[in-house]
Ligand binder design. Structure first.
Ligand SMILES: [Zn+2]
Length: 171
């Protein structure tokens, strides 16, 4: 089973990025990392070479989410690689590219950066599931911190229990 509790979805097209990122996951029941990219690519009708490019994008964006200091370098690399350019439209500034689906995914990331939303896309430090932090102060760390449904583990509660045990043992 997968950790997708209610309220973890990202706004707008950023949700497509989150969906891509979570094609690599550690399911709760097995706790063994799984790569479901091939099933995703088939479902999205991705063909080579775009398919390989999107897999690479996923791997690099996972690093960008898990290590925020690396995000600018990674995103700038994709802007350059895909020749993404700013373009003025009727409602403001947007981005142009000729890179198909991979371009759309990169632009969704850039729009999120521009809107101050990128930092809200987070990977749970325990199970590494990527979720969108809707809290007011963007202070959420774990997936399902308060939303552990039936059968679902709650990474935040488990971490709290561990910390409590450490304290009570005086470690
Ligand atoms: Zn988690």
């Amino acid at each position: 089973m997968v950790n997708d509790g209610p309220g973890q979805a990202a706004p707008d097209r950023l949700e497509a990025v989150r969906e891509l990122l979570n094609t690599w996951l550690i399911p709760n029941d097995t706790r063994t990392p799984e790569d479901r990219f091939d099933a995703y690519a088939t479902q999205q009708h991705l063909a080579p070479p775009e398919r390989d490019q999107i897999r690479r994008l996923r791997d690099e964006l996972r690093i960008a989410v898990e290590r925020p200091d690396d995000a600018p370098g990674i995103l700038n690399g994709w802007i350059e690689r895909l020749d993404v350019r700013p373009a003025v439209g009727p409602d403001g500034i947007g981005y142009q590219h000729r890179a198909g689906t991979v371009g759309q995914l990169v632009v969704a990331c850039l729009d999120a950066v521009a809107a101050g939303r990128w930092r809200r896309l987070k990977a749970c430090p325990d199970c590494r599931w990527v979720f969108y932090d809707h809290t007011r102060n963007a202070g959420k760390r774990w997936c399902l911190m308060t939303a552990g449904g039936p059968g679902g583990r709650s990474c935040g509660s488990i971490a709290k229990v561990r910390a409590h045990r450490r304290r009570t043992r005086g470690e």
